[in-house]
Design a protein around this ligand. Structure first.
Ligand code: IPE
Ligand code: IPE
Ligand code: MG
Length: 265
């Protein structure tokens, strides 16, 4: 498991952080379960798809803020392996929405130096979406800004099974000695290979579960659940989540580092 750095902010951007937030103690990697689009729409008497549209606007805002404030990676849950069980018209709407937004936002992602990746079992997605995904991934691959990971047809269990399959294939070929498989080698076969583990997981809309998201990577993430529905999650809400994160004491199974105590005991 990779440990986060203590000082993680990009110093060229720290001046943009809002008041009350310590720019030197930002999470390096923020993960978000963007939940509550349907409830947001329902509360306004709108069809669920309008909630998904509004959710895209919230995502654009949060990506820009994370990038401006110096967060290095933002990983969001856009569509789970279980979301296929929803009504067909909602699923088709989401697939079309992902493709349209990707195409319309590509230029601004480039301008902002965002490196976008899609994490998940992408072969099940519509072919035209797969094409847009590979183009966007390729075009932005050399960008030096925030790493923006969009989990699409993503399931934590599926990811772990696929990693186990890849390791088994390497072992059968004689390329890997099974007794040498350790946490680093295993993590190297996950969709998130080369990304540090999330420091903070935000879940909107009040559900206190992780719904098959980043089962391996969230081992030591700090959890933040808010009742705010995803389309309403804005700068103020992100600031609250980050301020709350900065009050946490991360021990990773060890003890709080307090040198005065250590000297006395
Ligand atoms: C999250 O919002 C978006 C996706 C899962 C695609 P929901 O669609 O789950 O919204 P609620 O939970 O029904 O309100
Ligand atoms: C999790 O939300 C998946 C995404 C946000 C894409 P769900 O709405 O699918 O999760 P459950 O069903 O409430 O656990
Ligand atoms: Mg939901």
């Amino acid at each position: 498991m990779s440990r986060p750095s203590v000082i993680s902010a990009d110093h060229s951007k720290i001046c943009k952080c809002p008041k009350g937030l310590n720019p030197l103690r930002l999470p390096t990697h923020v993960a978000v379960i963007m939940d509550g689009n349907g409830r947001w729409a329902k509360s306004r008497g709108l069809p669920r798809i309008m909630g998904h549209r509004a959710g895209v606007e919230a995502l654009k805002t949060i990506l820009r803020l994370c990038s401006d404030w110096g967060v290095k990676a933002l990983t969001v849950y856009a569509f789970s392996t279980e979301n296929w069980s929803r009504p067909g018209d909602e699923v088709s709407f989401l697939m079309t929405l992902f493709e349209r937004v990707l195409q319309s936002e590509l230029e601004s992602l480039q301008q902002e130096k965002v490196r976008i990746k899609f994490l998940g079992d992408l072969v099940d997605l519509p072919e035209s979406l797969q094409t847009s995904i590979s183009e966007a991934t390729k075009i932005t691959s050399g960008n030096t800004g925030i790493h923006f990971n969009v989990c699409t047809n993503y399931g934590g269990r599926r990811e772990l099974v696929l990693a186990a399959q890849k390791l088994a294939e390497r072992a059968v070929k004689g390329d890997l000695d099974p007794s040498l498989i350790d946490e680093n080698i295993f993590a190297g076969e996950l969709f998130t290979a080369s990304e540090s583990d999330p420091d903070l997981l935000i879940r909107t809309s009040g559900e206190k579960r992780i719904s098959n998201f980043l089962l391996w990577q969230l081992a030591y993430a700090e959890l933040y659940v808010t009742d705010v529905l995803w389309p309403d999650f804005n700068e103020n809400e992100l600031t609250n989540a980050l301020i709350d994160y900065q009050t946490r004491c991360r021990r990773f199974g060890g003890l709080e580092t307090d040198t005065s105590n250590q000297l006395q005991n």
